[in-house]
Ligand binder design. Sequence first.
Ligand code: ATP
Ligand code: MG
Ligand code: MG
Length: 558
Amino acid sequence: ESAAPTNFIRAIIDADLRQNKNDGCVVTRFPPEPNGYLHIGHAKSICLNFGLARDYAGAPGGSRCHLRFDDTNPTKEEQEYIDSIKETVRWLGFDWGAHEYYASDYFEQLYRWAIRLIEAGKAYVDDLSAEQIRAYRGTLTEPGRNSPCRDRSVEENLALFQAMKNGEFADGSRVLRAKIDMASPNLNLRDPVMYRILHAEHHRTGNRWCIYPMYDFTHGQSDSLEGITHSICTLEFEAHRPLYDWFIDQLGIHHPRQIEFARLNINYTVMSKRKLLELVNGEYVQGWDDPRMPTLAGLRRRGFTPAAIRNFCERIGVSKKDSCVDMGFLEYCVREDLDRTTPRAMAVLDPLRVVIDNYPEGQVDEFEAPNHPNLPEMGTRKVPFSRVLYIEREDFMEDPPKKFFRLAPGREVRLKYAYLIRCEEVVRDPVSNEIIELRCTYDPASRGGSAPDGRKVKGTLHWVSAAHAVKTEVRLYDRLFNVPAPDGDKEVDFKSHLNPDSLRVLGECLVEPSLAEAQPENRYQFERLGYFCADRFDFTAGKPVFNRTVTLRDSWAK
Ligand code: ATP
Ligand code: MG
Ligand code: MG
């Protein structure tokens, strides 16, 4: 991996360090809400925050990155999501050490801070319904109106807030609001809600609380409590920053600096946990880790490597301007990594039987094939050759155009690592008329793939030996959506753009015998076909399953 390129966030941190702000330390955090699995957009934030902690290890006061679960929304959050988030951050190659935090651990402190704001006349209990609050809020062009409850006395507010906490009121009947400015041009400052009533069991605090703090009242204070110095979030939160600052200033606590950057968008997919959950619940995909999903668990299962994802995040960079990255670029990054890390192997996805008539029955040749064309340190493997072989059905054409350099009647091709063969006869099924077999001859003098007479043979095919090949299932994936911006139009359900052919399962594929020793998640280049990964969950020695991660060349822009 290249040295970290500089960006505007590093420039801010460098300036802060020069002024010895925060006692010379750099503390960042990655703060997921455990309401779904992480997606490739989160990877950008993970690489950024953990990457800064890594790169500023030499700061005078040291550096670290926290993993904080932003778990203030009990109805949507689950332990399963927490577990998958931790597993995924580790898989990506980052380590939060002892710095694992939960916003729910701050509920008591946040409650005391809310009381402090009430006592200071900066917060009040409002009886308006959610709908009324929205109506009173006004619009960008119209100032809001004060709630009739805005001028409640401190004593009454304290008593009501206590009663809210004690469970005396129904969900939605009251909220606690900050008393800021109903005429502010920033709608977030028009007396934002701090607490809502929600009689729901929390995955960590159980039924201890029936009031829950809102994001804006939780996030900045959580950052503050943990001594975060640079709180990096996506651009949507730019307009929340004055509120972030307001709460912290009112409370007079350590003041982290919020910095916004543009979120990652990628075409041909969606990147919102809500929409991904919709795909899971509606069974449009086989789960959060379906290899077609943009989730990190899905990409992992598809065969993406952590290094490829980290490289991708590094190269797209960090900016203040929203943009959409081409899916082809993510694929380019994984292709580049897999090219230099995967052993080669031969597999036939759509087998066509080939019999070498002049090859002795029962004889087996073994060819020593390099595992990588230009990395000898990756070693070699033995590939058996015998009288009955399989080639790819599409590598044969009965009546080919001139430029078809594969097999055809009377033509000669090279079987990779093995011999030159010539097609002598085409055998058809008498009933269906389908081609079921090719009768061929081989040139015994062409062992290794070249003829002593120096005759030119252009085509080289992959193949497997029928008696030795291992039957496997192969899953081929295509883009999940068939338009570049599936959620670009709010009037149209993004699910109407799902690609019906995003998954193709081939049940009769054959792989060379060395792959019988594969383990789940082992990755290979199947020669001429692409990069494949043994399915993390479904692959077994008795029933191998390989997922195609990506094709060899960019077929994306076709
Ligand atoms: P979603 O809209 O998908 O639910 P979120 O922002 O609500 O995403 P969080 O769990 O709150 O999800 O996100 C954790 C962190 O990851 C936040 O700091 C958020 O800014 C960042 N993040 C989320 N999506 C992206 C993205 N597409 N690009 C960059 N960072 C992201
Ligand atoms: Mg969020
Ligand atoms: Mg969200």
